[in-house]
Design a protein around this ligand. Structure first.
Ligand SMILES: Nc1ncnc2c1ncn2[C@@H]1O[C@H](COP(=O)(O)OP(=O)(O)OP(=O)(O)O)[C@@H](O)[C@H]1O
Ligand SMILES: [Mg+2]
Length: 248
């Protein structure tokens, strides 16, 4: 049992009585959980898997949706440190809130649906035949236009008050020739800063710098380049309302 040492007694009780299983849930069990939660009326194939979550294609009464399900215990993080069961529910809460916030702020993210426990639904990107590919795997028809839209999208997220933080060609989907930002789990709110604001802003700027470097590397395959410093300074001046990052 991977995280025994971290479980409190109520969780131990659930484990003993079989209310929590530590075996990998089957596709059917996950589908039942999604249906029981009322997030969909039909569950299809798995669209993708990451370090901490799986995403499933599903259908609500009106349309196809994507449902992200945070795993309760298995993660692929290096080191494989223990995690508290409840924390996966909290991660779903956090990602769903950031997604909703970004969407309301007009950013190019899938429209959020509903969240129940460790799962949430959102707009499905793709067609009935195939899901939208990640930028990493896509063949772009007009890479120059796509790059411009991606950079504008990053600024759009910052305008909505969010720095993505895990920006990479794996977390941008290509749908209808345009970029869509997904996987906001590690996003940073830069509109409500707390104290001291400098800490969160510099954290945000550092992760954005890293994300832009990943994109620079990716777009080299199309022989395209952009000025990451220019984007960074525009985002910085936009989010740094108190001027804390500008040296006197
Ligand atoms: N709204 C969506 N529409 C279509 N496919 C999606 C959608 N959201 C996610 N996917 C697919 O699921 C995959 C995993 O999604 P995502 O990146 O959000 O999770 P993750 O990588 O498991 O996250 P983490 O590793 O941070 O837990 C994506 O690469 C993509 O292929
Ligand atoms: Mg991802």
């Amino acid at each position: 049992m991977p995280n025994e040492g971290y479980l409190d007694s109520s969780v131990h009780w659930k484990v003993r009585t079989g209310q929590i299983a530590f075996a990998e849930p089957t596709h059917g069990e996950v589908a039942d959980a999604i249906l029981d939660a009322g997030l969909a009326i039909e569950v299809g194939q798995r669209l993708g898997s990451g370090k901490e979550a799986d995403v499933y294609l599903a259908r609500d009464p009106r349309r196809l949706v994507a449902v992200k399900v945070y795993r309760q215990y298995r993660t692929a993080h290096r080191g494989g440190g223990a995690i508290k069961l409840e924390s996966m529910g909290q991660r779903a809460v956090r990602e769903f809130e950031l997604l909703s916030y970004a969407y309301l702020g007009g950013a190019r993210v899938p429209k959020p649906g509903a969240r129940v426990e460790n799962m949430f639904s959102m707009q499905y990107l793709g067609s009935a035949e195939s899901a939208a590919p990640m930028l990493q795997k896509a063949t772009l028809e007009d890479p120059e236009r796509f790059l411009a839209a991606t950079l504008a999208g990053i600024e759009g997220l910052a305008e909505a008050g969010i720095i993505h933080s895990d920006l990479s060609p794996f977390n941008i989907l290509v749908s209808d020739g345009s970029p869509w930002f997904i996987d906001l789990a590690a996003g940073i709110r830069v509109d409500r800063l707390g104290w001291p604001p400098w800490v969160r802003l510099s954290e945000g700027m550092e992760s954005l710098r890293h994300g832009l470097a990943m994109l620079e590397r990716h777009f080299r395959r199309y022989e395209l380049a952009f000025d990451a410093e220019e984007i960074l300074s525009r985002v910085r001046s936009q989010i740094d309302r108190f001027g804390v990052m500008t040296p006197p």
